[in-house]
Design a protein around this ligand. Structure first.
Ligand SMILES: Cc1ncc(COP(=O)(O)O)c(C=O)c1O
Length: 411
């Protein structure tokens, strides 16, 4: 009898290999009906175009589909070990896409989404006993940070983001005192702002002075638009501050497969890495889950061409929308697929803008209030849509009439 291969990959066949001219269609409508999409469920009415939740109405990478199909055909679905080559794949990815050197030893490969990883990281940095220093994060900011602090029983303080000529700047004032952690979405969710490297370095210095871990949540960092360079926090900060910084990323956002929880963290400090790994294991979150390894390996190894095509599509979509909505854009969108808009400048009542946009245009947006107090009066539009659907969005936006709220912010 022949022993099975150590790493079963399942049977292979023609469907497992790329076709002769595998194109990526980001124009035709992508039917998600019957897939249980949260985004579409939130929009409710099938006539509404969902532009709220942050995933893409675009087909994911064929390489991921092939890898999942191939692995699913082998009916060995028992516990799996972590394939250490995944760390090298992450390091290779950063070298190829960002031109930076990441030590594979820094990499934690996580079988959970970024949200869960952040929650466990907060518990890892929480002191043993109260009083707990606060967690700091910008305002406006992805609402998950506030929710996670509440869940981890940590107090938090918001740092208002100053506004410059092209949109938000990093907070530059002194911190209110000692802090447990500074959380930052980088690029910024909701505005798509790519933070400048020097500002990030300064922020890491102030975090170190405050005794805080700087957690740079870079799940949108591989979706940077042409002309902008995303600073990977752990390789951007002064080396003296590196051990006080964690970068978090996920193929879920980059490759539109967030329904399969996975993430990876770059944790240069070996002691913190060990404590974080132990805290994750306490929840049964060991490195090396079956499905997330399959997806992560396929995406990082073979997903580059799909991502390049996606980025070209997103940049074109962004330009079409900013050309139309420029005066209402609060901050130049430089990454991802998010547009952060001033409701009043769109001619919508700031206190009920989401509902008004839904009723007048049949477009569902995220309410600015989901991004903290500073988000009231704003809307976030997700424009990761097929080209043909974007045509419909632009036609529906005509119902808002002329926008005349001052100079337009350009990407
Ligand atoms: C900046 C940021 N961090 C974390 C998350 C959470 O990702 P997940 O829900 O896949 O864990 C999101 C989701 O939109 C996000 O935008």
């Amino acid at each position: 009898m022949t022993a099975p291969p150590a790493t079963p990959t399942g049977p292979t066949g023609p469907a497992d290999r790329p076709g002769p001219a595998e194109g990526f269609d980001f124009v035709a409508p992508f039917d998600r009906s019957g897939t249980g999409s949260s985004k579409w469920a939130r929009a409710g009415d099938p006539g509404v175009i969902p532009m709220g939740l942050a995933d893409m109405d675009l087909p994911g990478p064929p390489a991921v589909a092939r890898a999942l199909a191939r692995r699913a055909r082998h009916r060995a679905y028992g516990y799996t070990v972590c394939d250490p080559s995944g760390r090298t794949l992450v390091a290779d990815w950063y070298r190829a896409r960002h031109g930076v050197e990441v030590d594979p030893d820094w990499v934690l490969l996580l079988p959970c989404g970024p949200r869960t990883a952040l929650r466990v990281l907060l518990e890892t940095v929480r002191p043993q006993t109260a009083p707990y220093p606060p967690v700091l994060f910008p305002a406006p900011e992805w609402g998950g940070f506030a929710q996670l602090c509440r869940a981890a029983r940590l107090p938090y303080r918001e740092l208002p983001l100053p506004v410059g000529p092209d949109g938000y700047q990093l907070p530059d004032g002194p911190f209110p005192g000692p802090a447990a952690a500074v959380l930052l979405s980088s690029p910024h969710n909701p505005s798509g702002r790519v933070w400048p490297a020097d500002g990030l370095r300064a922020l890491a210095g102030r975090a170190a002075e405050a005794g805080a871990l700087l957690v740079s949540d870079e799940v949108h960092g591989d979706l940077t638009h042409p002309g902008h360079v995303h600073p990977v926090a752990v390789t951007t900060v002064d080396p003296a501050h590196r051990n006080g910084v964690v970068t978090l990323n996920s193929v879920g956002k980059t490759f539109n497969c967030s329904g399969i929880p996975s993430a990876f963290a770059l944790v240069p400090d070996p002691a913190l890495r060990a404590r974080f790994g132990e805290a994750l294991a306490g929840y049964g979150l060991w490195e090396g889950g079956l499905v997330e390894q399959t997806v992560q390996h396929a995406a990082l190894r073979e997903g580059g061409p799909w991502l390049d095509a996606l980025l070209a599509h997103l940049a074109a979509a962004r330009t079409r929308l900013t050309d139309r909505l420029g005066p209402a854009v609060r901050s130049a969108p430089q990454a991802s697929y998010l547009l952060w808009l001033d409701a009043a400048a769109l001619g919508l009542p700031p206190a009920a803008a989401r509902r008004a946009l839904l009723e007048r245009c049949g477009l569902e947006a995220s309410d600015g209030g989901d991004f903290g107090q500073a988000g009231h009066g704003s809307l976030r539009l997700n424009y990761a849509l097929p080209g043909s659907v974007l045509d419909t969005v632009l036609a529906r936006l005509e119902r808002l009439g002329r926008l005349d709220a001052g100079p337009a912010i350009r990407p």
